[in-house]
Design a binder for this molecule. Structure first.
Ligand code: ARG
Length: 476
């Protein structure tokens, strides 16, 4: 038997026979190449929950405006529930004509609710719709990430508290400079992350604006109430200008910056873990569960999480700069270029989320090798500044004190005698001076507020603990 010829697609319909959203205006169907190039469904389906949340609020608004009867509203809301359930359990069947998630949801709602479903898009454009979806997504992503940052900060605080009075060399130029408490060092990362939490919440606040009701670019002739819809969606405000809000992706750029900077902080932590886990430093031992081996070299144990935290920061920076380049030449208002906002945002959110969990686990489980840290910090040269400050306390101008101690250091390095003996023999320093070179003494002398010694660090830990509680309340 000969198979029947497939029917010719209707004018304006896709090759598979389904109609485009704009079929009325078009005499012929879209080309396969056009569909292949312009579809966004493969990535924007991630927004389906936000899309449906936005549609629910829009439908309620249409009913309040008298555009939908209560029965129509309820039919559409029920169809939206069914559509959401199908997407949740992955039984949703996408059609070849589903160009994006908005098209897919509206098609399914219309299949389910008939003519009431066909009213769903009244007074709305995909331009205000996608802006709404993406703002809802970004708001919840930034909050979720801030909560994860807080968890990493708690781990840093716990490790700092456990570290007690243990110390290690502090570095400048990656050269040993002065001893610092390990707790002080860990908290340095903790404070950087607290600025990230602040920035995440700040970016979230600025993006907390509802675009629904802006239409394609200019608003509507229908009696819609964007304020009420904004309140229904939990936005802090509605847009002030329909042209602005349908084309504004500042909130995405800002999120990408804040997340890229957070990624840079994780990268710096990663770089340090890489260094500290080398035989040369030997300051930490990574837990087996958070390190990798080599396929060839049996003895190897590698800090891959730390390296990827460092490496992926480049990708996060790329996502930010790519979006800025997309935005820079766009005329008002919506342009299809804006579809390019989603992949960088989704990628950055996913990568940061993965990174935070991995770095948290790595930090929670690694072991500090305190003997190695102490040995590295107890070099008598690390106390050179303490010697100079002892002279200053006796009235010697600092520049002169610096030169006196510098000369002793040079003579010791030249092999004349150990620094300890040269200090003891120097009448202006003597036994008071050599006592400063004893192991563990120098770090106790960093007593100024915010400094690296036990006194100020105890205060710092208390302040950091209080900040974490305040942030936890802000994120609740
Ligand atoms: N996929 C589109 C985007 O992400 C949705 C908006 C489409 N609007 C339009 N006028 N074609 O931007």
């Amino acid at each position: 038997m000969i198979a029947p010829e497939p029917p010719e697609p209707a004018p304006g319909a896709t090759p598979a026979g389904a109609k485009t959203l704009w079929h009325g205006r078009f005499a012929s169907a879209p080309a396969d190449e056009l569909l292949a190039y312009t579809v966004s469904l493969p990535f924007d389906r991630l927004l389906y929950r936000d899309d449906i949340v936005g549609s629910r609020a829009h439908v309620r608004g249409l009913a309040r405006a008298g555009i939908l009867t209560d029965a129509e509203r309820d039919a559409v809301l029920a169809a939206l529930d069914t559509t959401q359930a199908e997407l949740d359990d992955e039984s949703f069947v996408f059609a070849p004509s589903d160009e994006d998630i908005h098209t897919a949801v509206e098609r399914r709602v219309t299949e389910l609710a008939g003519s009431a479903g066909a009213k769903l898009h009244t007074g709305r454009s995909r331009n205000d719709q996608i802006a709404t979806d993406l703002r809802l997504f970004t708001k919840s992503a930034l909050l979720d990430i801030a909560r994860r940052v807080l968890r990493l900060q708690r781990v840093l605080l716990t490790r700092a508290e456990e570290a007690g009075d243990e110390y290690l060399p502090g570095y400048t130029h990656l050269q040993r400079a002065q001893p610092v408490l390990l707790a002080h060092h860990l908290m340095a990362h903790g404070w950087a992350l607290s600025r990230d939490v602040d920035r995440l919440l700040d970016a979230r606040r600025r993006g907390d604006v509802s675009p629904l009701g802006a239409g394609a670019l200019a608003g509507s002739s229908l009696p819609l109430d964007p304020d009420a819809v904004a309140a229904d969606l939990g936005f802090a405000a509605r847009f002030e200008n329909s042209l602005d809000v349908t084309s504004d992706r500042d909130f995405v750029a800002e999120a990408l910056f804040v997340l890229a900077l957070l990624g840079v902080h994780l990268s710096r932590i990663g770089e340090e873990i890489v260094l500290w886990s080398t035989d040369e430093f030997g300051f930490i031992r990574l837990d087996d569960a958070y390190s990798t081996g080599s396929s060839m070299l049996p003895q190897k144990k590698n800090p891959d999480i730390a390296e990827l935290a460092r490496g992926k920061a480049g990708r996060l920076i790329g996502n930010l700069t790519g979006l800025l380049a997309t935005l820079k030449g766009l005329p008002l208002a919506y342009n299809r270029d804006l579809q390019e906002d989603k992949e960088p945002l989704f990628d950055t959110v996913e990568q940061i989320t993965l990174a935070l969990s991995a770095v948290e686990g790595m930090f929670a489980t690694l072991a500090f090798k305190h003997d190695r840290m102490r040995a590295a910090a107890d070099s008598p040269y690390a106390a050179a500044t303490d010697l100079a400050e002892l002279l200053v306390a006796q009235g010697t101008p600092f520049r002169e004190a610096h030169a006196i101690v510098g000369a002793l250091v040079r003579r010791a390095l030249d092999g004349e005698a150990p620094l300890y003996e040269l200090v003891e023999a120097e009448p202006r320093l003597g036994a008071n001076g050599s006592a400063l070179l004893a192991p563990g003494v120098s770090v106790t002398r960093r007593t100024t507020p915010g400094g690296a010694g036990p006194g100020p660090v105890a205060i710092q830990l208390g302040r950091f603990r209080a900040l974490l509680s305040a942030d936890a309340a802000r994120l609740a």
